[in-house]
Design a binder for this molecule. Sequence first.
Ligand code: PEP
Ligand code: MG
Length: 544
Amino acid sequence: MKIFKGKGVCGAIASGRVSVFKRNEAPVKRYTIGDVSAEIERFENAKSLAREQLDAIYSKALFEVGETNASIFEIHIMMLDDEDFNESVRGIISDRLINAEYAVSVTKDNFAAMFSEMDDSYMRARATDIRDISNRLISCLSSDSSHQEDIDGRVIICADDLAPSETVSLDKGKVLAFATAYGSSNSHTAILARTMNIPALIGLGEEFLNAISDGDMAIVDGFTGEFFLDPDEETEKKLTQKREADIEKKALLHKLKGKENVTLDGRKIDIFANIGGVGELGAVLLGDAGGIGLFRSEFLYLEREDYPTEEQQFEAYKKVLESMAGKKVIIRTLDIGADKKADYFGLSQEENPALGFRAIRICLERPEIFKTQLRALYRASAYGRLGIMFPMITSVSEVERILSLCRLVRAELKAQEIEYDENAELGIMIETPAAAIISDRLSPLVDFFSIGTNDLTQYTLACDRQNPHLEQFCDTHHEAILRLIKHTCDNAHKHGKWVGICGELASDLSLTREFIKMGVDELSVSPNMVLKVRDVVRSLNLSK
Ligand code: PEP
Ligand code: MG
């Protein structure tokens, strides 16, 4: 048995035989042409043929993966008319008197390289679309097309990478799973795999390609990202059990998609999702979350070598808001320090970092960083329903300073005639005992509270959350914590504000009933927990 480790883009397990994806990729021939207009006509005819093929693929995708996901093929159809692309091809044909196939191939390499070098990971992933559409044009010019030999039985499709059109063209009834050596989780192929609910692994590496052959037995674990080639009996048994349990669980939970989060006696709550980056949006949509209750924006800072610019942040926030299509999105401002450090901040070593210079303290001391983020957030607010949330609050004066900075940013944007949402909500995290205790004073100042039970627990019980030896002292159900949560809920409601929980305790199903009884309005959990919490909420009767 050999194990390859990649990244699972769709959590499910499949076992079966390998089928190595074959495509006709004969080297593109280069030859000199005599008649430029005839060659350009050939190119135009190939475009028409490609358009016809893409129309058919779009219809298939529409049926199999729905309108939103099928729209990538509409984009491919539009790309056929992209002026820059077409001009480049025509230019190479007419200036260098070279055949159309070669002109498309050169243009493909140039455009794909340009996209691959872009900062934005979404744009980088578009290089695959350029290659896909160009290869289609080249095969239309050679009246030849990519193909997979007729597959016998259901198989695990293994490839270097798969283009979106290749993914959707495969007969879904015959595909058990996808496994690729390269690829990104932001690619449309990954998105399609998730939507088609087919176990899929990407990034298994070059060695994987060399090791597999048609007919090999394999198991794909989309949860752990593992590919087991020629699995031994014990692995097979273990994964069969895991698969059966997963199928059973999913079938039960799937029935809850689109259903309300309402108790048997009629109390409704919101169940939102926590994310750390744009890459997790797919899971949020798949999990059927009603919104995003916590976007930990610091990951945008942690994945870089230098401060993200206003533009880079704006693009990321806008993408989240647009993807959530009008559902509430709560983005938390920078919560750096303690366990989350980036060298370029130049933070000094501290004896007790969790009690140190972190989160809002840094933002208020270094307003240039904070203002850049607030501007990006307010600009993005024009694209959806944004709530901005501030971490590690301990006092009224901190909140007043934040609000005055927000006013300043809004005034600046207004003066520059830049659009933003006047009604974007402003809230704070209740994650220090101080904030919970004075929540009566804080509540009139803001639109909402979100309780961060991870930090609230560490500060209330004096248990460093990073220290594994303190497990036994860290009782998350401690009466002190539950009382602080109840106190916070009461004070929020006294002033007509909503209150949520976004710490890990929100997904502790043994407390769901108690939280709802306390008056919690929203629970924000990891995307794969949304349906599990919904399941519990719908089984509760608070009057009993
Ligand atoms: C919390 O403290 O509960 C919280 C949600 O924030 P983080 O875990 O990011 O500190
Ligand atoms: Mg916290």
